[in-house]
Each structure stands twice: as C-alpha cells, then as structure tokens.
Design a protein around this ligand. Structure first.
Ligand code: AMP
Length: 281
C-alpha cells in the first residue's frame, strides 16, 4: 500500500493504478462503517484509493475540529489489511493554500436538516469533495448512508456539475445495540453510551408505527420526538420525515423511500441517525 501527501505525488501514483478506480473519502479514525465502504469499493473496482483528511471548512466555529479523534498508524494498518492500493493524506495547507477563494455551493438541498443546524457545513463538504474528485478522478466514489443528507447533496452536485463518476452508497453499520458507528462515539461516557441508543430506538418506533399503517408525517415525527424526550440524557435538535431527494418535510409518507432522520445531543456529543421507510428498504 502506497501513501502520498501532495497532489503531484497523488497524480503520479494514480497513473500506475488499474481502472476502474474507486475512491473512499474519510476523515480518518476509521471504524467498521468506513471499512464496509472500502470493501464495497474493493468489490466494485480494480483499484481503491482512500483519502484521510479532517476537513476544517466543514466544521463550524463552535464544533469539534480540534478535538476530532485521530489515529493515523491504526488507520493505515486497517486500510492495508483491506487491500487498499493508495492512501492520500493531504495537509490542510495542500487543500487550502494561502489565497484559496473558490467554493462549491449547492442550493436548496443544503438549507434543511443538518444544513439548517450547521451553517456552512455543506459548503465545506461539497468544496472538499469536488477537490477530491478533481484530484483523484475516480470512476466510482463510495459514501455511507449514515450521512444521508451528505449523499443527497453530493448526488445533486455530481448531477449539476457533470462529474464523470458514479456515487455508490453503502448501508449504515451499527453496534449490536443499534447505535450507528461514528468516530464521535468515543466522546460518550458509559451512561451516555447507553442513552445514545435512543436514536435508533426512536427510528424503530417510527418504523413500527409505519408498518402498523401510520402514514401521517406529523404522527411519525411525534413518535420519534416522544421516544427521544423520554431519555433524560438526550436533547433532541431535530427529527425529520422527509422526501429522500428534496429533503422537504412530508405531510404524508411517500410509499417508497421516506427518509426519517434526526440529530440528538447526548451530553456535548451531537449524534445523527436515519432510516429509509418503504417496501424496498
Ligand atoms: P467520516 O470519516 O465521518 O467523514 O465518514 C467517511 C464516510 O464513512 C462517509 O461516507 C460516511 O457516511 C461513512 N460512514 C460513517 N459512519 C458510517 C456508518 N456507521 N455506516 C456506514 N458508513 C459510515
């Protein structure tokens, strides 16, 4: 496995790789969620490139950029074991040199949910992802359903800006008790870790009510809200029952593919989770 830092080194290394080329963008501190995407990329591509970059422009001023967990030696060992061909680990100065002033801004789909709570977050995401796509020029790029809005935003960007690649989405990987894997789970103490299952419990309660015939968006949102409010260590930021592509809130469930999602604080840790309702999910 080769590791590179600069863009000229990256381009040189990529020339040697067989196509189709799969890219798995990450912020490091890898867990089974990331590795499941690497395996998907391995299955669907002749060569796999993984990027590790904690992108400062997608963090707000009061967010956890400085505290964001990092463990590069462990990440490299995990990626090597998965048969990754090339790891790209640029420094912030390489991605955002002095004088940097070009941004990618996706409009409507970034205004709601995560975008409403984290102003500027998706501008940072789309800008860095566009830069990764331009530098690596992959045939396929792999993203996790864990960040459902991120997927919707990147798919919109790829359509709008004619990026010549395919976006592949991998399913959410969870702990045995339902907590979605996240690099941020290390912030939770033992009590908070138990309370953090409330996100998945709320999604399951909503799904059960859908399966029992409920079709009202308001009732589904209420069901999730009540479950979260019953957990003393959790503080709900939002719950949503929305169209999977436009992300607009729904009055009535759409038959295939309604996206249930939420952001909940457990202590100071902000957790997100989601689930897609419908016969094909
Ligand atoms: P991050 O390092 O948090 O930026 O995540 C890198 C990629 O891994 C993104 O496409 C995430 O959606 C994906 N990912 C993170 N957690 C999970 C998970 N629990 N299951 C599946 N994919 C995930």
């Amino acid at each position: 496995m080769n590791t590179v830092e600069t863009i000229p080194e990256l381009r040189q290394a990529i020339k040697q790789l067989e196509r189709p080329l799969g890219l798995v963008p990450t912020m490091g501190y890898l867990h089974e969620g990331h590795l499941s995407l690497v395996r998907l990329a391995r299955e669907q591509s002749a060569s796999v490139v993984t990027s590790i970059f904690v992108n400062p422009t997608q963090f707000g001023p009061n967010e956890d950029l400085d505290a964001y967990p990092r463990d590069i030696p462990k990440d490299l060992a995990l990626l090597e074991a998965e048969g990754v061909d090339l790891v790209w680990m640029p420094s912030p100065e390489i991605m955002y040199p002095e004088g940097f002033q070009s941004w990618v801004d996706v409009a409507e789909v970034t205004q709601v949910l995560e975008g409403a709570q984290r102003p500027g977050h998706f501008r940072g995401v789309t800008t860095i992802v566009a830069k990764l796509f331009n530098a690596v020029q992959p045939d396929k790029a792999f993203f996790g359903q864990k960040d459902a809005q991120q997927v919707a935003v990147i798919e919109q960007m790829v359509r709008d800006l004619d990026f010549p690649l395919e976006i592949v989405v991998g399913p959410i990987q969870r702990e045995p008790d339902g907590l979605a894997l996240s690099s941020r789970n290390v912030y939770l103490d033992i009590e908070q870790r138990k309370a953090a299952t409330v996100l998945n419990r709320a999604l399951k309660a909503a799904k059960a009510s859908y399966e029992a015939g409920e079709r009202s968006g308001d009732v589904i949102r209420q069901t999730m809200t009540k479950t979260i409010q019953a957990e003393p260590l959790a503080k709900m930021q939002y719950v949503s029952c929305a169209h999977p592509r436009s992300l607009q809130e729904l009055k009535e469930i759409v038959e295939d593919g309604t996206l249930l999602s939420m952001a909940v604080f457990v202590g100071k840790t902000r957790l997100i989770d989601n689930l897609v309702l419908g016969p094909n999910h």
